[in-house]
Ligand binder design. Sequence first.
Ligand SMILES: NC(=O)c1ccc[n+]([C@@H]2O[C@H](COP(=O)([O-])OP(=O)(O)OC[C@H]3O[C@@H](n4cnc5c(N)ncnc54)[C@H](O)[C@@H]3O)[C@@H](O)[C@H]2O)c1
Ligand SMILES: O=P(O)(O)OC[C@H](O)CO
Length: 323
Amino acid sequence: MTQDSTSLSQPPVPHQPLTLAILGAGAWGSALAQLARYNGHTVNLWSRRFGNSLEESINAVDVLVSAISMRGVAVTAQQLQTLKLPEKIPIVTATKGLDPDSTRTPSQLWGNWFPQHPIVVLSGPNLSAEIEQGLPAATVVASENLEAAKIVQTVFASNRFRVYTSSDPMGTELGGTLKNVIAIAAGVCDGLQLGTNAKSALLTRALTEIIRIGTHLGGKTETFFGLSGLGDMLTTCNSALSRNYRVGYGLAEGKSLEQVLTELGSTAEGVNTTNVLIEIAHRERIPVPISWQVYQLLNHQITPQKAVEALMERDLKPEFYDR
Ligand SMILES: NC(=O)c1ccc[n+]([C@@H]2O[C@H](COP(=O)([O-])OP(=O)(O)OC[C@H]3O[C@@H](n4cnc5c(N)ncnc54)[C@H](O)[C@@H]3O)[C@@H](O)[C@H]2O)c1
Ligand SMILES: O=P(O)(O)OC[C@H](O)CO
């Protein structure tokens, strides 16, 4: 068997066991902890509800990972600022959401609060239930500090989890965040049994919409065609394991949002993300027709059937505008 020539040109990677603090012992924090432990690393998995204090959990760690849902990020970071985080360690953010107060992404928030630390975004098609079963998956670690991204790559990469680096943290983060809005729409599409043609049309036009917003906010176009963009959209929009997809599916079945969220009993970031996204889109005057219908649906302004009609009856236009 010939060796992959690209691997010969890659720099040597540190394989020594590290100590990680993973904040958030929910579905994703627990799966990331399993991946890191699989590679022989020590993990302090912190929960606000049980176990060691935040101060104990971050003591002498080499890497900090945040897998907290969006609503807990600001409050946890504020707590962290009063503590002594080991100097210059990478902070990895794995949250897929937008801050409702500032409309900023988690990596922007972490970068603002901890300017001395390299910030790394971890995002990709990563349903935690599949990862915890040991099924193969891939993800992206993106940072302006490529050395930090490479460290995080080696922490998590294994024969069951392939990790790519990227120098586009904003694009990587926005792909994973914005697809949650589309996953709600995809759940509606399947719940109404609109067929395969409709689903393909929805996802293809949604990618155009994500790229329009994502590039406006600073992401690179090609990133949205990668694992953290198209890849994560395909996973989340096609799996009943996705909580955001289940929100849309439940709404199409005639359930109220409150009922769906109660039955879910877990984080569906797309609900908050839709509201923040529409605020950004209005402020920046970015057309987001699909996300707008999801927004109206979540805010009890329209039925699933009316949302489909509204999308189908929009003004006719070319698929692509000439540049
Ligand atoms: N589950 C997945 O498959 C998956 C995969 C990739 C990314 N993500 C993202 O990871 C994030 C977490 O998702 P999850 O699936 O683990 O959700 P979850 O509901 O299972 O867990 C959320 C975690 O955040 C913590 N948290 C919430 N509010 C908090 C607060 N105020 N203070 C401190 N901690 C708080 C909870 O205690 C819990 O540990 C989300 O942004 C999600 O989009 C999830
Ligand atoms: O369960 P969801 O909808 O939050 O999706 C989980 C991950 O984001 C999939 O990559």
